[in-house]
Design a protein around this ligand. Structure first.
Ligand code: ZN
Length: 134
């Protein structure tokens, strides 16, 4: 994995945080997207070579709700771009990393994604994402 694609940040209130990050970055978010299957509503900011993804839970069982319950708001994951997420899942699993989902799933921003368990990556939740060509 070479390129950091985005940094995911768990927030309690997306609308409030959109305002905060607009003040912080000096520009507004450029899109909002709900991923119902993951129980999240997301917004994206362009932060130069990397995006910032804010994530708000849409139901109490959402991984974001559980994260905030345990650890509070803050950095949730680092996402790296990969050319082929299926291949990467296989290669990293073979190389001793623990995957949270072996089968890539649909994420926000037109991506197929898979996560590595933080226990195999020094406590950092790592997302691999492949842009879906339309
Ligand atoms: Zn992400």
């Amino acid at each position: 994995m070479e390129k950091l694609e985005h940094i995911g940040i768990a927030v309690k209130n997306l609308d409030e945080s959109n305002k905060l990050f607009a003040r912080l970055l000096g520009k507004p978010h450029y899109k909002i997207e709900e991923v119902a299957s993951e129980g999240v509503r997301t917004s994206f900011f362009d932060a130069g070579n990397v995006k910032i993804e804010l994530l708000e839970a849409t139901n109490p069982n959402s991984p974001i709700a559980k994260f905030i319950e345990k650890r509070g708001e803050g950095i949730h994951h680092l996402a790296f771009e990969v050319a082929n997420v299926k291949e990467s899942v296989r290669a990293y699993a073979e190389n001793g990393f623990t995957l949270l989902n072996e089968t890539p799933k649909a994420g926000a921003d037109n991506k197929q994604i898979a996560f590595m368990h933080p226990k195999s990556t020094n406590g950092v939740l790592v997302e691999m994402c492949e842009e879906v060509k339309s």
